[in-house]
Design a protein around this ligand. Structure first.
Ligand code: NAD
Length: 501
């Protein structure tokens, strides 16, 4: 039974927040305490139809608004997000649990994408070739698609929605966002700030719900394109359903990211970076480093990595000294605990066990302490599954060649990195590794939005124009116009002399 004193989040449709008529809702928890923050409704099909209808109507006018005018509104949005970064980060940290610096970073990385939307007039330029044949010129222009949908995960509730709707909308589209049901307050806040910047109503709607809600939207005949970010299983389902409904789809999926440690690397740098990249945000990052691949004698450093990890202390986002926060839900915590148990059963050496961690101040939070496994093999469950918890796995290999072979056999290809002082080693690694983002002497290689961000293999499905500047291509159609020009001017205007009075 729902507690009537706890509010139910509204939907955001056509520029207004409105209560959902749905009888189905679920709790949104504070993962630090497991107290209920609010309920999130699962929008009804009538509410989704209404949002789509409004978005279709708004599209007809919005697409005619000059591109610089559209971009100018995003300058206002960028400033408003900057002004309210801390306020958004507080809402985000409370419902997501990540520490406050990470929460501010989540908002900031989104703001950087909004900055790309401000560049739309330059990014939306087409191409021209004069004289493709005698007196024939060809030029291409980019035009918006219509109503687009975004389905986003819990782990970056500000950044990932901001990867999508600003670029879609600046291209002239309208957008329906279906954010994670686990931290829906942040996207509502982003929508509120958006509307307060003076955008016409109906450009953005936020529809709450779960997988069924997402499926309704992605199969709807009036939806033209779908951007998805989430787990591997859901990505496959979204990609299959969306493409079989003949829609444009891009799906960022799960990951298993490796860092190679060469014996010639800077040891202190390796220890510091592996510690942060594996356990930061409680390991709930698609670019978290979850596997250290130790080549040759670099495995001698594992005891010092253990010592460094053991100093990390998870706590509330309100605690400035917290190294990371809780997992998003009780069920996520349970899943990670059972993987840790499975890892031991399957023969990996558990060097540091975070499963027994208890927070005195927040005994009900979903905390797991830093965890380290050594002697991990490719057929173990802890290696095959994305753990999404503060767990680092150590794999020992002979040399660079075997490290690259090991990584390339993994079905995922989101991010990877190498620590070495040799330029030749780094060059060989970046050339041969089959992964989308590669770091050299840095652990989490997330590009800024004027580059692309695209996982390889099972980490990404569909259209690769996925992020930042590149996404302009995903959210537009290219129209190519070929024109033949008359060689002679029937009206003789080429030779005309204009008589001035
Ligand atoms: P999730 O797949 O459970 O949920 C993501 C979104 O999809 C939510 O909005 C959810 O309601 C919806 N959803 C869930 N199942 C669905 C289905 N079968 N059909 C349609 N929609 C569905 O993911 P999560 O737990 O919220 O996020 C964590 C996952 O996201 C991790 O696997 C992580 O690696 C991945 N992720 C990937 C990237 C990337 O860039 N590749 C970035 C962030 C997160």
């Amino acid at each position: 039974m729902a507690d009537k004193s706890i509010k139910t989040l509204p939907l955001f449709i056509g520029g207004e927040f409105e209560p959902s008529a749905s009888s189905k809702k679920t709790e949104v928890y504070d993962p630090t305490t497991n107290e209920i923050l609010s309920y999130v409704p699962y929008a009804t099909s009538q509410e989704m139809d209404k949002a789509i209808e409004i978005a279709k109507e708004a599209f007809n006018e919005w697409r005619e608004v000059p591109v610089p005018e559209r971009a100018r509104l995003f300058f206002k949005y960028q400033q408003a997000l900057k002004d309210q970064q801390e306020e958004i980060a507080k809402i985000l940290a409370e419902e997501n649990g990540k520490n406050f610096e990470d929460a501010k970073g989540d908002v900031w990385r989104g703001i950087e994408v909004v900055e790309q939307a401000c560049h739309a007039p330059a990014l939306m330029m087409g191409e021209t070739v004069e004289n493709v044949s005698r007196n024939i010129d060809t030029h291409s222009i980019l035009q918006p698609l219509g109503v687009c949908v975004g389905i986003t995960p819990f782990n970056f509730p500000a950044m990932i929605p901001l990867w999508m709707f600003p670029l879609a909308i600046v291209c002239g589209n309208t957008f329906i966002l279906k954010p994670s049901e686990q931290d829906p307050h942040t996207p509502n806040k982003l929508a509120e700030i958006f509307q307060n910047c003076g955008f016409p109503k109906g450009l953005l709607s936020v529809i709450h719900g779960g997988a069924d809600t997402a499926n309704y939207l992605l199969e709807h005949p009036d939806i033209k394109a779908i951007s998805f970010v989430g787990s591997a299983q859901a990505a496959v389902s979204v990609y299959r359903k969306g493409t079989s409904a003949l829609k444009r789809v891009q799906a960022f999926a799960g990951a298993k990211n490796h860092t190679v440690i060469m014996p010639d690397a800077d040891k202190d740098q390796v220890i510091k970076n592996l510690t942060g990249a594996s356990c930061g945000a409680a390991g709930q990052r698609c670019m978290a480093i979850s596997v250290g691949v130790f080549a040759g004698s670099s495995s001698d450093w594992i005891p010092e990595i253990k010592e460094s990890l053991s100093k990390l202390r998870p706590s509330s986002w309100k605690d400035e000294k917290a190294d990371f926060g809780p997992l998003i839900s009780k069920s996520s915590k349970q899943r990670v605990l059972s993987l840790i148990e499975q890892g031991q059963k399957e023969g990996a050496s558990l060097l540091l066990d975070g499963s027994q961690f208890e927070s005195k101040q927040y005994p009900n939070g979903n905390f797991i302490g830093p965890t380290l496994f050594d002697h991990v093999k490719a057929d173990m469950s802890i290696y095959k599954e994305e753990i999404f918890g503060p767990v680092l796995l150590c794999v020992r290999v002979e040399n660079l060649k075997s490290a690259i072979e090991f990584i390339n056999k993994n079905p995922y290809g989101n991010g990877t990195s190498i620590f070495t002082s040799s330029g030749a080693v780094a060059r060989k690694f970046q050339h041969e590794v089959e992964v989308g983002q590669v770091g050299v002497n840095l652990p989490i290689p997330v590009p800024l939005p004027f580059f692309s961000f695209t996982g390889w293999k099972k980490s990404f499905l569909g259209d690769l124009h996925a992020y930042g500047k590149q996404a302009i291509r995903f959210y537009t159609e290219t129209k190519t116009i070929i024109s033949r020009w008359p060689e002679k001017d029937q009206n003789q205007s080429l030779n005309m002399t204009i008589k001035m009075k």
